[in-house]
Design a protein around this ligand. Sequence first.
Ligand SMILES: Nc1ncnc2c1ncn2[C@@H]1O[C@H](COP(=O)(O)OP(=O)(O)O)[C@@H](O)[C@H]1O
Ligand SMILES: Cc1cn([C@H]2C[C@H](O)[C@@H](COP(=O)(O)OP(=O)(O)O)O2)c(=O)[nH]c1=O
Length: 228
Amino acid sequence: MLEAPNRRPARFITFEGGEGVGKSTQVRRLLNNLGHHAIEAVRTREPGGTPKAEAIRSFILQGRSEAWGAGSEAVLFAAARLDHVNQLIAPNLAKGTWVISDRFCDSTRAYQGLTGGVDDRLIDALENLALDGHTPDLTIVLDMDPEVAFRRVEQRAVEDGLQLTGDRFEKEELGWHQRLRENFLDIAGRNADRCVVISAEQDEEKLEAAIWDVVSKRFPELQGPIVA
Ligand SMILES: Nc1ncnc2c1ncn2[C@@H]1O[C@H](COP(=O)(O)OP(=O)(O)O)[C@@H](O)[C@H]1O
Ligand SMILES: Cc1cn([C@H]2C[C@H](O)[C@@H](COP(=O)(O)OP(=O)(O)O)O2)c(=O)[nH]c1=O
């Protein structure tokens, strides 16, 4: 079959950062903006994205692997990622569909590696195996004070009449979340070609515009007028 001339490769974009910084909200908004530029894209998340990876997600987030330690949890996250890459990410990119993921490999490095104390060599090995070359083209790291992020989540839960329970990682103490924030910034600094840090302490529309500015400058195919 003949390749369409000048067909650009599909892009793989990930969002990273602490709890409640607005990743899911901005993934949705980015997808919408890509649609306005006639870019076909799928939204996904980690842990999860495929039935097998979602099963691993429930197991971990219910706290069932907590007693096994951060090393074993890193292996579980990588097992979920392997399936996610093979079944969803790689096939979509291969057929020209962009993939936008709410968290990816930097979360394992930040949570289990730098914050959880798992040896870099294990994190590196798991990352190489699970990604199999599918490194994101761009990673947006949403950065904010975790205390402010918690207040947002709490306020929204009160407004929606929901009870906040806190999953496996949400229930860690504030100092832990502050270290996590520093660790994401450290990862971004060490991968400056791929990662862009954006302050998430701005309203949803302004943050969306700041993200679009970064994404559209990075990928020339987005620089034309809105077509859809
Ligand atoms: N820029 C923002 N300003 C204020 N509240 C926000 C903003 N972005 C998201 N929220 C709210 O904060 C909470 C967490 O947002 P969410 O997108 O689910 O974060 P994450 O995916 O990072 O956990 C939600 O209740 C959401 O409506
Ligand atoms: C992908 C991934 C997530 N996690 C954690 C981060 C979150 O606490 C949790 C995912 O839960 P989620 O509800 O998606 O969190 P958030 O809304 O903040 O993104 O799993 C890891 O510890 N390691 C990983 O590799």
